[in-house]
Write a protein that binds this ligand. Structure first.
Ligand code: SF4
Ligand code: SF4
Length: 191
């Protein structure tokens, strides 16, 4: 990180932390870097930046580096980090807010596949009220080539009935769709 004037650094730090506070209601200044969030994160192995470091980088005003990371997209929103945090910080909510900020800023070039999974997943939930895995795999393949790299996994799942050929639409699918559309409107996204 380049050396910057301290007063300038303070201003920059405050700006990004305040933006995150506005998007999430979480004050990253409460984090004292104990690392318990990262120690318990089941997806940390696949992240380019561990959760506690993401929080630290937000404190330091490293906006571009954080919004361009893959971490915010591979986070599974399991909330283990949030449950473990002794300071009441909510890293899972912060990851949510950072995803929204990355989309708004158009900073998704380093995570195109992850963003595609995210959008197709939400699309499937909106249509059926639950995930229709086979359609997700096929649409993902058209976008990214994902399935061609994973036929060794997909074929046994199909033959063992773990992937159904036809979708099952939940009874309350329309209500689920309305919830997703309302959430998208609240976040200022296109539903
Ligand atoms: S568990 Fe909480 S206080 Fe500890 S590093 Fe993570 S966010 Fe910060
Ligand atoms: S919510 Fe995300 S960052 Fe937190 S433990 Fe789960 S996968 Fe890791």
């Amino acid at each position: 990180m380049s050396v910057v004037n301290l007063s300038e650094q303070k201003l920059v730090n405050g700006q990004f932390a305040d933006e995150v506070l506005k998007h999430t209601g979480v004050n990253v200044r409460d984090c004292y870097q104990c690392g318990k969030c990262s120690a318990g994160c089941p997806i940390a192995f696949a992240m380019d930046i561990r959760p506690n470091r993401v929080i630290r980088m937000v404190q330091l005003g490293m906006k571009d580096e954080v919004l361009e990371s893959r971490t915010i997209w591979v986070c599974a929103t399991c909330s283990t980090c949030t449950a473990r945090c002794p300071r009441g910080v909510d890293p899972a909510r912060i990851m949510d807010g950072l995803r929204i900020m990355a989309l708004e800023a158009g900073k998704t070039a380093n995570a195109e596949n992850e963003v595609a999974v995210h959008k197709l997943f939400m699309d499937s939930i909106g249509k059926y009220g639950r995930l229709y895995e086979l359609e997700l795999f096929l649409r993902l393949t058209l976008k990214t080539g994902f399935l061609f790299k994973n036929t060794d996994l997909a074929l046994p799942m199909l033959t063992k009935g773990k992937l159904s050929f036809l979708p099952t639409k939940l009874k309350g699918a329309n209500e689920v769709k309305k919830i997703i559309e309302a959430a998208a409107r609240l976040e200022g996204e296109q539903a």
